[in-house]
Design a protein around this ligand. Structure first.
Ligand SMILES: [Fe+2]
Length: 168
């Protein structure tokens, strides 16, 4: 949460979490584009591009909820995501060889997804506590999509990308 932000109620806290998530999705959309551009395995490239499209829809869900509450969707920057994206860039700069870079890209993508899974799990729980059932459903839909992409990334890592990187 940003400095200077002082949510006074449970609902304020919930909305602040959603504002952070808008920033997470925005940063992820940019990062996925760069990561897809750097990926070599076609299946990995496709997954990253596919999830980038999902990311845009997920961000729009958050904006819809925030606007309903009269809250500014662009109010916050998620600094944890900034740090994770920075780590991704740093690691990619150090990895040489297409297969090894792909394994690193995939590992980074999963760390970013796990952060989202944690954040959406929390946001959905807060919506439930506030009895905002429609919003909780929307957040759960996104959470399911994040879990699904994580599963697909795991399968791709085990079957293809990591074995190729090991053999390189
Ligand atoms: Fe997402």
């Amino acid at each position: 949460m940003n400095e200077g932000l002082s949510p006074n109620t449970f609902k304020d806290m919930y909305l602040a979490e959603l504002q952070e998530l808008v920033s997470v999705e925005s940063q992820l959309a940019d990062a996925l584009l760069r990561m897809a551009g750097a990926a070599t395995h076609p299946a990995l490239k496709d997954l990253l591009i596919h999830h980038r499209a999902e990311t845009e829809i997920q961000k729009q869900r958050l904006v819809t909820i925030l606007q309903k509450h009269g809250a500014d969707p662009a109010a916050h920057t998620d600094q944890a995501m900034q740090a994770l994206v920075k780590e991704t860039r740093k690691m990619l700069g150090m990895l040489t060889g297409d297969d090894l870079r792909d394994a690193g890209l995939l590992a980074s993508a999963q760390k970013l997804e796990h952060y989202e899974i944690a954040a959406y799990g929390t946001a959905a729980a807060l919506a439930g506590q506030l009895d905002l059932r429609d919003e909780q459903k929307m957040l759960h839909r996104t959470l399911d999509e994040e879990k699904q992409i994580d599963t697909l990334l795991t399968q791709l890592a085990k079957r293809e990308v990591n074995p190729d990187a090991l053999a390189a």
